[in-house]
Write a protein that binds this ligand. Structure first.
Ligand SMILES: CC1=C(CCC(=O)O)c2cc3nc(cc4[nH]c(cc5[nH]c(cc1n2)c(C)c5CCC(=O)O)c(CCC(=O)O)c4C)C(CCC(=O)O)=C3C
Ligand SMILES: [Fe+2]
Length: 372
């Protein structure tokens, strides 16, 4: 059967699943303790990160971004004639996953699609969400909605275009005489090298996916501006104990080496973040921008995919795609990278938890749904 893409059956709802963030000073430490429980993050690192949040009044931008994303998805669904509720739950802060699943159950939601606000493969960006969802479903028990995870969005044309738009927009923020010479510095969250090496179905997916996105975004920017700009992929927000290797170079060190090479202007393009998280607000907009200023390098930050219309449409497209798959139709998957698309269902052992074994949804190794 060929596909019909304006339908969402068999799903009763969409659940947006995110990281969560604090909204006041009093939330900050309990939030950080939730995030780092059992993760071996040194106390000094926690105190340092807490200061970043306090500088912003204890409020991360992430929740407001997610509320806006949900509102935009609801709006687009209504516009294309689909009536479907959209829920939102977080791994690390209110509204928590189990509470949201309980609310869905009470509203009669039997089956829901899950959009995770993380575009790439890694334990932190994929399996950790899947494990926390398995815990939340088990906590709700029989009657919890059945969940299917939408595939990762990194290779979707809407994600690439949203990020290319961000870079083109930021070029306009640089002094006019420098835009032609600006280098694009793509930035993502650093992760432990061991996590990167084991990411995805056969390892190395985290870096490979980011490299492919960087190349595609840079190509689109070149096409639109008529200037072929050099680009790099670098990392921010390193955590963990100092003796543990994490992905490098750090964005600040990289800016110093670019300055030493005579680079006069850069665009910081946070392709690793779907919206303006604290890493973007602090590590890039505050810290890296200050580093660039000290070095005498002109710098502007590209917008994240956020609520860009093409990205909102990406979420809805992934939803209608998966719904068609579940109805047994043959689907065409929008994908612009030679790597993609990522699978709907993760192979067993994909993005492993290197610390302990926990049940995770959405994989060939997923536990059965609690029976009624
Ligand atoms: C790959 C990745 C993503 C992208 C995928 C995704 O989006 O999920 C991501 C997102 C986020 N990370 C976030 C915040 C934090 N991450 C931390 C710690 C860590 N992140 C890691 C990786 C990632 N993190 C890792 C390997 C650690 C070390 C501890 C561990 O192995 O788990 C810590 C502890 C303090 C510190 O160590 O920095 C905090 C506070 C927020 C919310 C920001 C806000 O409030 O706006 C978001 C969206
Ligand atoms: Fe993180």
């Amino acid at each position: 059967m060929s596909e019909t893409r304006n339908r969402v059956d068999p799903y009763d709802a969409l659940l947006v699943v995110s990281f969560g963030g604090p909204e006041s000073d009093d939330d900050v430490m309990p939030f950080l303790e939730n995030v780092t429980r059992g993760r071996g993050v040194p106390r000094e690192r926690l105190e340092e990160v807490a200061e970043h949040y306090y500088e912003f009044g204890g409020r991360s931008p992430i929740n407001a971004q997610n509320r806006a994303l949900v509102a935009n998805i609801e709006h687009l669904l209504a516009e294309i004639g689909i009536s479907m509720p959209v829920y939102w739950g977080n791994r690390n802060w209110d509204p928590y996953l189990a509470d949201e699943l309980t609310r869905m159950r009470d509203n009669g939601i039997g089956r829901a699609a899950v959009f995770i606000t993380s575009a790439y493969d890694s334990y932190s960006g994929c399996r950790q969400y899947r494990e926390d969802l398995a815990d939340a479903v088990a906590a709700v028990g029989p009657g919890a909605p059945r969940l299917d995870r939408l595939r990762h969005s990194f290779d979707h044309p809407g994600f690439i275009t949203a990020n290319a738009d961000g870079v083109v927009g930021a070029l306009g923020d640089l002094p006019a005489q420098l835009t032609g010479r600006a280098r694009i510095v793509f930035v993502t969250h650093s992760i432990p090298v061991a996590m990167a090496e084991t990411s995805g179905p056969s390892g190395g997916a985290y870096v490979a996916q980011h490299e492919a996105v960087a190349e595609a975004v840079a190509a689109q920017v070149a096409e639109r501006t008529g200037v072929q700009r050099p680009f790099d992929l670098v990392y921010c927000s390193r955590s963990g104990p100092p003796e543990m290797p994490w992905l490098e170079p750090d964005v600040n060190d990289h800016l110093a080496s670019l300055a030493a090479d005579g680079v006069e202007a850069v665009i910081l393009a946070p392709i690793g973040f779907l919206s303006d998280h604290m890493e973007v607000a602090y590590d890039l907009d505050t810290e890296a921008i200050a580093t660039a200023k000290e070095l005498g390098v002109a710098a502007a930050r590209a917008a994240t995919a956020g609520t860009h219309p093409d990205f909102v449409a990406t979420v809805v497209d992934l939803l209608t795609e998966r719904a068609a798959v579940e109805r047994g139709e043959d689907v065409t998957r929008a994908s612009v990278l030679s790597l993609g698309p990522a699978p709907d269902v993760c192979p067993a052992g994909c993005c492993p938890n290197l610390r302990e074994s926990r049940p995770a949804l959405f994989g060939e190794d997923a536990p059965p749904h609690p029976s009624p």
